[in-house]
Design a protein around this ligand. Structure first.
Ligand SMILES: NC(=O)c1ccc[n+]([C@@H]2O[C@H](COP(=O)([O-])OP(=O)(O)OC[C@H]3O[C@@H](n4cnc5c(N)ncnc54)[C@H](O)[C@@H]3O)[C@@H](O)[C@H]2O)c1
Length: 289
């Protein structure tokens, strides 16, 4: 398969990430076939896409005709056999190895032999996932960032077995859908989370020890390090449980106690103080608009 032969993209999962990936693939002119677990799940994904495109329409970044064309290029199904003629797959199902495995087994039964499968996993080992497919040399990590239509970066992570042609096609595909790719080996956290998560853990420890308030930590990193959002704000934005989960994964891989999430983070997760989405995290959002 050559990059130019890619006409139809399959996306597994239409959640927070999948819906964004579906949108940008359709906006780049690809026909997009979506696989979801139920009609209810794909209706949720469709609504997310309509909302996101609606915002672009309102801001006059796209026309009504473009809006309609993008929506019309997307087909939803719960039946994997609809993937028989897709040319490239992006998998964005739940971050659970059993769910990924079940999805790859289904894909293996219908995909054409030369189709590349890219996973959007944040924390699982790409090489381990590649071994669950019948095409490890055509398997690769493509790590998008949330919200997908806004965030320019994609990390491209070859598995140990991934061939050069697959890397080249994945890089070109990322550019075609409007992203800037960077390449990274298969290591925990890839580039961005390897740098961000230790900072999140340390910021939480600083709050726990009473070194500074979340407000002052955020102010310091914005004014002193040029960050657009401070670490506490950013954890609240992405979900405190994600930092907790990724910290634990780092610890599992490295056995370095530095990555053990602090008690405060564990308590916040157990209390449901996950950030913006639950109304409370390092900050209280219940009173804000
Ligand atoms: N949320 C983030 O900020 C973020 C960022 C980068 C990468 N990721 C990764 O993206 C992937 C998806 O994360 P998300 O946040 O979009 O999750 P999500 O829970 O919002 O969406 C997952 C979707 O997958 C669907 N699904 C589950 N099993 C399926 C199956 N067998 N076949 C088809 N669809 C199935 C679910 O119905 C759901 O709609 C994960 O691997 C995650 O690590 C997430």
């Amino acid at each position: 398969m050559k990059f130019e032969d890619i006409k139809k993209v399959g996306v597994c999962g239409a959640g927070s990430m999948g819906s964004g990936i579906i949108q940008i693939c359709a906006a780049a002119g690809y026909d997009v076939q979506v696989l979801e677990v139920s009609e209810e799940a794909w209706s949720r994904g469709k609504k997310l896409i309509e909302k996101s495109l609606g915002r672009l329409l309102k801001k006059e970044k796209i026309t009504q005709e473009e809006y309609n064309n993008i929506i019309n290029r997307i087909k939803f199904s719960t039946d994997v056999s609809e993937f028989k003629d897709v040319d490239f797959v992006v998998e964005a199902v739940f971050e659970k190895i059993e769910v990924k495995k079940e999805t790859y087994n289904k894909l293996d039964s219908v995909l054409k032999d030369d189709v590349i499968v890219a996973t959007n996993t944040s924390s699982l080992c790409i090489t381990e996932l590649s071994s669950l497919t019948n095409r490890p040399e055509k398997f690769i990590g493509m790590h998008f960032f949330n919200p997908v239509p806004m965030m320019k970066l994609v990390e491209i992570i070859p598995a140990y077995q991934t061939d050069e042609k697959t890397i080249e096609i994945a890089m070109k595909f990322a550019e075609k859908i409007g992203k800037s790719p960077v390449k990274c080996t298969d290591t925990p956290g890839f580039i961005v989370n390897r740098l961000l998560v230790p900072m999140f853990l340390e910021a939480t420890r600083m709050v726990e020890e009473g070194v500074a308030t979340p407000e002052d930590i955020d102010k310091a990193m914005k004014l002193g390090a040029g960050m657009p959002m401070g670490p506490c704000e950013l954890m609240d934005f992405t979900g405190v449980e994600i930092s907790y989960f990724v910290g634990n994964i780092f610890y599992e891989y490295t056995k370095n106690p530095y990555y053990t999430p602090p008690h405060l983070m564990r308590k916040m997760v157990n209390a449901g103080f996950l950030g913006r989405k639950t109304g409370k995290g390092f900050y209280d959002y219940s009173k804000k608009d």
